[in-house]
Design a protein around this ligand. Structure first.
Ligand code: ADE
Length: 268
């Protein structure tokens, strides 16, 4: 890009050299984005993070930031926090996009990990308690049947690829489909099937969109709380399994963070 009269081009050079530095030096700053506080708190304790009252976020937002050093990493865990009117976790794509945007600007992470729970399809090999790394993410509730807008709606993106991590930790891999509902309408089901998804969540593709926009690599770790093509009501099964599956998720995330420690992006 040519410099404007007020721009000597140094910002572009700075950004470029930061990107190439991240490729050649070990990862130093990790941002974990976790929608539900129940899922985040065991990791906050594990990494001995503390809540930062001076979060660097806009005044009045409910977003929570826990930060600290773990091994050679600066770790920030960010949650969208409680809905200011209703007091429940701010799940879903809108809050996820906003908190991802705000966190990248405030914290300049080298890598984003979106960790959370998901529904799983038994027909695609998912079982309760499985932990998946998403290979690709896409939306299933943005149907725009006009050429090219249809593809924009689906918003397919590849996660940052981590072949060595997958081999070392023996994690399951599958495609992730994102929408703003816990349940699944027949239209959602058709779109999820078109996305070839094994797991479904409420944040992944939105976080991928923002991470891609701001050129931060992102990976997606999802633990299965409910079987979407099973016979149990989703909300009931989700609540029943949330605590046990969160423990499995947090164990996997800890193993992944331990694996990342001391490595460059290109080594993952
Ligand atoms: N998180 C956990 N289970 C889910 C489901 N069935 N759909 C969307 N997000 C989920």
């Amino acid at each position: 890009m040519a410099p404007t009269p007020h721009d000597d081009g140094s910002q572009g050079v700075k950004e470029e050299s930061m990107a190439s530095q991240t490729a050649t030096r070990p990862i130093s700053s990790l941002l974990l984005i976790i929608a539900m506080q129940t899922e985040a708190l065991p990791l906050v304790n594990k990494f001995q993070l503390t809540e930062d009252a001076d979060s660097g976020f806009p005044k009045g937002v409910p977003w929570l930031r826990y930060q600290g050093n773990y091994k050679d990493l600066k770790i920030n865990i960010v949650c969208p926090g409680k809905d200011t009117a209703l007091g429940v976790d701010s799940v879903g794509t809108i809050s996820a996009s906003l908190v991802t945007y705000g966190s990248i600007l405030a914290l300049q992470p080298d890598l984003i990990i979106n960790a959370g729970t998901a529904g799983g399809f038994k027909a695609k090999g998912a079982s309760i308690g499985d932990v998946f790394v998403a290979s690709d993410v896409a939306f299933h509730d943005r149907r725009i049947p006009i050429p090219v807008f249809d593809l924009y709606g689906v918003g397919l993106r590849q996660a940052f690829q981590t072949p060595n991590l997958l081999k070392e930790l023996n994690l399951k891999v599958g495609k992730l489909s994102t929408g703003d509902s816990l349940d699944m309408s027949p239209q959602d089901e058709a779109s999820i099937s078109a996305n070839d998804a094994t797991i479904k969540d409420m944040e992944g593709a939105a976080i991928a969109y923002v991470a891609d926009l701001l050129k931060v690599p992102a990976i997606f770790i999802k633990a299965v709380t409910d079987i979407t093509d099973g016979d149990k009501p989703t909300a009931e099964e989700f609540l029943q399994n949330l605590a046990a599956v969160t423990a499995a998720l947090d164990l996997a995330v800890t193993q992944i963070v331990d694996y990342i420690n001391g490595k460059r992006l290109s080594e993952l």
